[in-house]
Design a protein around this ligand. Sequence first.
Ligand code: ARG
Length: 491
Amino acid sequence: MKKRFGLLLAIIVALFMTVVPLNAQHAQAADNSLAEIQKKGTLVMGTSPDYPPYEFQATVNGKSTVVGMDIQIGKKVAKDLGVKLKVKSMSFDSLLVALQTGKIDMIISGMNPTPARRKNVAFTHVYYQGGYSIVVNKTDKAKYKDKDSFKGGTLAAQTGTTQYNAIKKQTSGTKTKGMTSQSDLILALQSHKVDGVAMEKPSAQAYVSNNKSLASIPSHFNMSSSATSSAIAFRKGSTSLVNEVNKTVDQIKKQNLVKKQYLPAAGKYLKTNSVDTSMPHYWKAFATGVEYTLIITVCSVFFGFIIGILLALARMAKGNPLKTALRWLATAYVEFIRGTPMMVQVMFVYFGLGLFVNLPALTSGIIAISLNSGAYVAEYIRGGINSVNIGQTEAARSLGMSNGATMRYVILPQALKNIWPSLGNEFITLIKDSSIVSIIGVTELIYQSNIVRSDTYRGVAPIVVIMVLYFIMTFTASRILNYFERRMQHD
Ligand code: ARG
C-alpha cells in the first residue's frame, strides 16, 4: 500500500515537473512574437465581458455580442498590426493562465499593470486611467461614505482583481466576498447578500446609470496610479510585439480616442442594452446551450463507455507481470480520477495539455469528461462482471469457448443488463455535470445562461429557464433508459 502511494506521488510530481519548466520555456522563447502574430494573421484577445464600459455583452443586430471600449482598442491594435481580431470571452481570473498557456495572445480587460502581474506577463503603456468606486444600493447610500464604512458588513469584488486584494488588505472588520462574475456581484448586492461592490469608477458609473436602484460612492483605497490604470497584457518576453503595440497605445492616448470615440460608442450600447430582456427573446442562446450540452454528453458517454470497458478489463487482468502492471496502472488511474475534482481535470486538459497541443475548448471538455466518466463506468462494469455467476464462465469454457469469446458473448451481455441502471445514472449525471466545461468557455447551457444574465441584467429568470431545460433533458433521458431496461428484462 505504502509503495503504491509513493509511486502515485512520484507520478504526480513528475507530471508537474514536466509542466512547470515548459511554461517557463514558453515565456523565454526567442522573441519573434511580432512576426509570429503577423504570420498567423489573427490576434486572439481574451476578455471578461462583465465590465461596462470596458467590455460587456449587448445585443447588436439581434445577436449577443461583446462590445465596449476595450474591444475598440483591440480592433485598432489588430488593424495596426495588419491582422484580424478574434475576441474570446472568459472569466477574469482565467485570463492570465489563458495568456500564459497560449489560449489567447493578449488580454484587454480593464486590467491593471500591477508589479505582481508584471512578474508573469508583459504590459504595454497605460491606455486609460480609471480609479475606484464602490457601488451600493441607493436605499443604503446615506449609510456609507467610503471603504471604511462597511465594518461588520460585507464588501465584494470580482475574484482575481486588484480591488479584491484592496478590500482584503485595506479594510478591517469587514468581510470580503469574491465572485467570478461582476454581473453576479451586482445581483448579490441587489438581493442584499453583500453591502457594496468595489470596481473601477467608469464601470460603477455604467452600472449605476443602467440601474435606478444603485448608487456609487468613493472608495478611498490607497492605490498607486499603476494599480488603477489599464494596460494590455502580452506573454512575458514578447518585446517586439509590445513595442509595436505601444505605438498604437501612444496614438490612442495622444488623440484622446478613448474619451472622444470609444467611451461614447460604448455608452450607446449601454442604452440599447435594456431593450427586450424577456427570456423568449433569447431562445437562440438557450437552444445553442442545449445543443452543446447534448453534444458533450453524448460524446462523453460514448467514449467514457469504451474507456470504461478497457479499464475494467485491465483492472481484472492477472497472470503474467505485464498483466499485473496493466492492472496496477488501471487501478491508479481510477483512483486518481475519482480522487480529484472534475473541474480541476477540465482545467488540466484545457490549460495543461494545451502546452503541448492547442486543443479547442469543446474538444478539451469532451476529452476531460470522457476520461472522468471512464473511471466511474469502469467500476460499474467491473462490479457487473463480478456479479455474473462463475458457473457461467465455467459452462462457456467447458463448451470450448475461448476466454475472449466467453467474455464477449456470455459475461458482458449479462453484466450490461445488471449495470444498466447505474449506467443510466451516469448518463443523467453527465447531462448535469457537463456544465463544468463552461469555465473553459464551451458555449453549453450554463455558459449561455451567464451570457443572457449579463446581457439582460436579470439574475433569476435565466436560472429558472435552464433549470427547466435541464430537467426536460434528464427526464426524457431517464424515460428512454427505462424503456430499454424493460426491454432487456424481457429477453
Ligand atoms: N481593474 C481590475 C484588475 O485589473 C479589474 C478588472 C476587471 N475586468 C473585467 N473585465 N471584469 O484587477
